[in-house]
Design a binder for this molecule. Structure first.
Ligand SMILES: Cc1cc2nc3c(=O)[nH]c(=O)nc-3n(C[C@H](O)[C@H](O)[C@H](O)COP(=O)(O)OP(=O)(O)OC[C@H]3O[C@@H](n4cnc5c(N)ncnc54)[C@H](O)[C@@H]3O)c2cc1C
Length: 414
């Protein structure tokens, strides 16, 4: 792999940028792999990367029906944080946040990780008490968070109106090392590193069936032919239910569209991420200057990967009391992605009833932040049969009633 560095940029500048290589090979499928991963989003690509990096398994194909990163990974609002309530969640999200800190170096690809700090506003007494509980839990888990008062909120984010008539800001749960990263770059960086290890990334190839022999997975049928494999990882977010049905089991997951929008670009005015769960909306400013605004999920199950006008109105209306400046901005773009939501708002990282077939799903509205940690744990689960990061997130928890309830931590879509 051609290494990216300041010297490489200087060299290419001198020869009019004629020497750059393609970042990854566009591969055609072979007839057999040790591992096939369905879904070239962040989680699928990270899984492949850590299979190679940590376990030396490189006879791997990552298959996507579209282009890599074209699912939720390229559609999210890029918030990275780990201030969850339950220990098992904090473990995987904090590992992930920690891996993000050095990911650009690890991949030799700038994922633009920006630990600018994330605050979750408390705008009711009830919410404030809930966040105090989370802050205590985070202290025990070794996750650095604190409760801050309204004055500090205003100091960190001066454009905010903290004295709103309906929802004044009473405080916030503040995580200073949380932040954002460039979503496409995360997918592209992992893809480049996987390709460099000899793995095949096969785009525009839809998996249409899952083959098995004697209760064990034997391969997949695709629009580019049959592919045999020893192990299969299904990492398809909003389409998890569709893939599970092909494999012969059902998932406790609902798929719905989640929407977001951006404003026209403006001068820098906000260098933190703010989430407002009570009114439901969240906000950050991109490097280009656009205000990135996250809305909610559609209230009905659907597979519609696009935005709708009423969400723009609902979301901006919700935020405008706390961010009056939004009323004077033009909105530029809106979009949607299909997210996969479980009843306890926690993911599924699990073996399945079909031997050799594993599933990584249920990240719902908040899985971008989890990509490195999820890939790390899921690769271990696929290679060794268990992983300390994943063991609590098995499918059996729904049968046993052992929920990992994160409805408060995941209360706003992010
Ligand atoms: C608007 C929006 C905002 C969000 N904001 C945040 C945020 O701020 N922070 C955060 O942490 N998370 C956020 N999320 C959630 C986050 O984007 C997802 O949890 C995460 O990207 C899921 O990644 P993935 O790799 O599992 O899935 P995806 O990136 O969706 O990848 C799945 C891939 O599977 C492919 N696929 C599906 N079916 C098949 C098939 N039959 N054959 C082959 N390929 C198939 C798809 O084409 C897709 O590329 C947001 C999501 C949305 C939609």
């Amino acid at each position: 792999m051609q290494r990216y560095s300041v010297f490489a940029i200087a060299r290419e500048a001198a020869r009019h940028h004629t020497g750059w290589q393609r970042a990854w090979r566009d591969a055609a499928p072979k007839s057999r792999y040790d591992v096939v991963i369905v879904g070239a989003g962040g989680h699928g690509l990270a899984t492949a990367f850590y299979l190679g990096r940590n376990f030396g398994i490189t006879n791997v194909a990552v298959i996507d029906k579209g282009w890599l990163g074209g699912g939720n990974t390229g559609r999210n609002t890029t918030i990275i944080r780990s201030n969850y309530l339950q220990d098992s969640s904090a473990a995987i999200y904090e590992r992930s946040r920690d891996l993000y800190e050095t990911l650009s170096h690890e991949l030799n690809y700038n994922v633009m990780f920006s630990p600018r700090g994330v605050m979750m506003l408390a705008q009711t007494e009830h919410e404030l008490r809930g966040y105090q509980r989370t802050a205590h839990a985070n202290a025990l888990q070794g996750v650095e968070t604190e409760i801050i008062g309204p004055e500090r909120v205003k100091q960190l984010c001066p454009i905010m109106n903290i004295d709103g008539p309906r929802y004044p800001v009473l405080g916030a749960l503040w995580q200073p090392r949380a932040g954002t990263a460039r979503h496409d770059a995360v997918a592209w960086g992992y893809a480049r590193a996987c390709s460099d290890m000899g793995m095949d990334i096969i785009q525009n190839c839809e998996v249409t069936g899952i083959r098995s022999e004697g209760g064990r997975v034997s391969g997949v049928s695709t629009t580019k032919g049959e592919i045999a494999c020893d192990k299969l990882g299904m990492v398809v977010a909003g389409h998890s239910g569709v893939l599970a049905e092909m494999a012969g089991f059902r998932l406790p997951i609902e798929s719905v569209a989640l929407q977001a929008l951006v404003s026209e670009p403006i001068k820098p005015c906000m260098d933190v991420v703010v989430m407002a769960n009570t009114v439901h909306g969240y906000l950050s400013q991109s490097d280009k200057g656009e205000m990135v605004i996250g809305g909610g999920t559609d209230g009905f199950v659907n597979y519609t990967q696009r935005g709708s006008f009423h969400h723009v109105e609902e979301t901006v209306r919700a935020l405008v009391e706390t961010f009056p400046m939004l009323s004077r901005l033009k909105m530029l773009r809106q979009w949607g992605g299909i997210v996969d939501i479980t009843g306890d708002r926690s993911p599924v990282l699990s073996k399945t009833p079909l031997e050799g077939c594993f599933i990584n799903a249920g990240w719902g509205t908040g899985g971008f932040k989890a990509i490195p940690g999820s890939g790390w744990g899921f690769a271990e689960l696929m290679a060794r049969g268990h992983s300390p990061l994943c063991d609590e997130f098995g499918l059996e928890r729904f049968r046993e009633g052992r929920f990992i309830d994160e409805s408060v931590a995941a209360g706003v879509a992010h």
